[in-house]
Ligand binder design. Structure first.
Ligand SMILES: [Zn+2]
Ligand SMILES: [Zn+2]
Length: 200
């Protein structure tokens, strides 16, 4: 099997990420990576994917900006390698204090794609280390790659700030905004004994 050689294009030509070059910066929302074109020469895709193309991402985090894209596609040993960076500012709800906040999601991309369909039966070597996606004859949608990568890069538990104090469990006040009068029950309190009895 020729793809087992792992002779990947490790040194794809790579310019400064997110460089602001208007001539390069274009709408990639509907762009597919044309395999035949990339076979001859590596290609750089610099631009953005529109917000309305990020519907899967929207179910987890509301995009506030377009997704910035800087990807390079190169072909070697019958593998398409897509590398680069994607970023998007999204709005989410803090898991501790329940306020909405904006944050930038950033992902470093390094993905392998195989032209053709998944030869699940053709090769018994299933325990490939790298994750590969079979293209099945379709051009590779940049929007789909960008969205997948952003979803993977989202923090599992969104917090507005690492030091977020969250809500008071007693009165529900946002402890980032106000100091409520609730006193944390200490073991010295007169009812500490009762509390201990309850939990036993
Ligand atoms: Zn918070
Ligand atoms: Zn309170």
């Amino acid at each position: 099997m020729t793809t087992a050689g792992h002779d990947l294009p490790t040194e794809t030509p790579w310019a400064d990420p997110m460089q602001d070059n208007e001539t390069l910066h274009r709408d990639l929302s509907e762009t597919g990576i044309d395999l035949e074109g990339v076979r001859r020469l590596f290609k750089r895709f610099c631009g953005f994917v529109a917000r309305d193309r990020l519907s899967e991402l929207s179910s987890e985090a509301q995009p506030e900006t377009v997704a910035e894209v800087d990807l390079t596609a190169a072909f070697a040993e019958n593998l398409l390698r897509v590398r680069g960076k994607v970023a998007c500012t999204v709005r989410r709800m803090c898991a501790r204090c329940l306020t909405e906040f904006s944050s930038q999601v950033f992902a470093e991309v390094d993905r392998l794609f195989v032209p053709g369909s998944d030869p699940a039966e053709a090769d018994s070597c299933q325990e490939m280390v790298e994750e590969r996606t079979y293209l099945d004859g379709h051009p590779l949608s940049i929007a789909a790659v960008v969205e997948e990568e952003l979803l993977l890069a989202l923090p599992m538990i969104p917090v507005c700030q690492q030091a977020c104090a969250g809500l008071c469990p007693t009165c529900g006040a946002d402890r980032n905004q106000e100091k409520c009068s609730c006193v944390e029950t200490t073991t010295e309190g007169p009812f500490a004994v009762l509390k201990n009895l309850k939990t036993v």
